[in-house]
Structure formats: structure tokens, C-alpha cells
Design a protein around this ligand. Structure first.
Ligand code: ZN
Length: 227
């Protein structure tokens, strides 16, 4: 069985997406990439996370070809591939329809630097990818374009969010941080008063995140970094 550990991780983190409230039902999907083989392991389409077994995970190349597995892969395999083909060092991607990131997505809002913790994404503003139908090459292409800004995550207009990282733990931690920051931003917007940090302040925060390795490995203000 190819990518056994990655398959097991995807099952574990898929269940965590439900218990952490990052998604409901079968929405969202997770992948892990192996740069040595050029293969990614990705969650199957339409199977509830609680029912997904490691053998249900599909192994694919980045061009849509199934290498191993008898299930249909997630319809967003091209979206995941866009992260691995971008030059951002991604080896895992979490895609979710989490409530607050999706709220911003439906307001046509990027994820702004209302709170410095967004620096975990390696950028001061996480871009809003223009709307395209889910599962289409157009959505993947628009995401690839947005990733040129250098950040590790995006908001997908009228759809949801994606977070990537050098490991699944890392990508998942960023997904939690993005969701927390999105909730803060949404709450600020509700009051009509939002103080977004300046580019200069965010540059300083971004430098600090580079220095503090824990920030990258542990992930989120919820589970780890709270400097
Ligand atoms: Zn989706």
C-alpha cells in the first residue's frame, strides 16, 4: 500500500475537522504530498469522515491520474495539486467550508491582518480567490494565481478556505488559525470598527514568526503558539 502513514493521517485529521468544527458532513478534503514520488494521497469523494478507512484514500499524481485506490478521489484534486505545483513548499493541504472563513468568502472579503496571528500563513493578507465552480480547472488556476503572492492559504469566494503546510500537522494548525482570525475579523466588521495592522507592523510580526520555530510546527493560537 502506497503512502500508508499519509493515509492514516488523513483519516485522523478528517475526523478532527468534524470535532474541531472546521466542517460538517462530507464537505472539505485533505491531502498529503510526497515530493520524492510526486504522488499525493487525497481523501475520497462523498464518504463521511467517520466512515473513511486508510484504504479508501486515493493516491494520485498531480495531473489527475489515479495511481492506487478504487474509490473516486475528492472532486477538488486539482485545487490540491495547485498548492503542490506552486513554489511554497506545501506537503499537505486542508480544504474546509469552515463557518467564519466561509462567511468572509461569501462577503467577498480576504482574510486581513486584524490580528497578528495571521502571520503564521507567511503573509499579511490571505487573498480572496475569485469564484469559480467547485472542482473545476478554473478554480485551480485562479488559486494558483493567488498563491503567487507567497502565502500558505487562501479564501475561496462563495466557497470556503484552504491552508497548506510542510506537514499535515502544520497545514491543519494554519487552518485553525485562519478560522480563528476570520472569526475575529467578522466580529470586528459586525461592530463597524476594525483596526487592521499596518504593513510595517505585519512585516515585523512575519519576521518574528520566522524566528520562533514553534509557531510553524505547533500551528495555532488555539493549540500552540501564543506569544
Ligand atoms: Zn469545497
Amino acid at each position: 500500500m502506497l503512502m500508508k502513514t499519509a493515509r492514516e493521517q488523513i483519516v485522523i485529521y478528517g475526523n478532527r475537522m468534524i470535532t474541531d468544527g472546521l466542517t460538517v458532513g462530507t464537505a472539505g478534503n485533505i491531502s498529503v504530498y510526497d515530493p520524492e514520488t510526486g504522488y499525493m494521497a487525497i481523501s475520497p469523494s462523498g464518504i463521511p469522515y467517520a466512515d473513511t478507512r486508510p484504504e479508501d484514500i486515493v493516491i494520485m499524481d498531480l495531473h489527475g491520474n489515479v495511481v492506487e485506490g478504487d474509490k473516486k478521489p475528492s472532486s477538488e484534486f486539482l485545487l490540491h495539486s495547485a498548492f503542490y505545483l506552486a513554489d511554497i513548499g506545501a506537503q499537505a493541504v486542508v480544504h474546509a467550508h469552515s463557518m467564519y472563513c466561509t462567511t468572509l468568502a461569501c462577503m467577498g472579503e480576504p482574510l486581513r491582518s486584524t490580528h497578528y496571528a495571521i502571520a503564521e500563513a507567511g503573509i499579511d493578507i490571505l487573498p480572496l480567490v475569485p469564484y469559480h465552480t467547485f472542482g473545476t480547472p478554473e478554480l485551480a488556476q485562479a488559486t494558483a494565481k493567488a498563491l503567487k503572492s507567497g502565502g500558505r492559504g487562501v479564501i475561496l469566494a462563495n466557497h470556503g478556505m484552504c491552508a497548506s503546510g510542510a506537514s499535515l500537522k502544520n497545514a491543519y494548525g494554519l487552518a485553525l488559525t485562519m478560522e480563528w482570525c476570520a472569526q475575529v475579523q467578522w466580529r470586528c466588521m459586525c461592530t463597524g470598527k476594525m483596526n487592521v495592522l499596518s504593513k510595517e507592523e505585519m512585516d515585523v510580526a512575519l519576521e518574528h514568526y520566522k524566528t520562533y520555530g514553534q509557531a510553524k510546527s505547533e500551528g495555532s493560537p488555539v493549540s500552540g503558539y501564543n506569544g
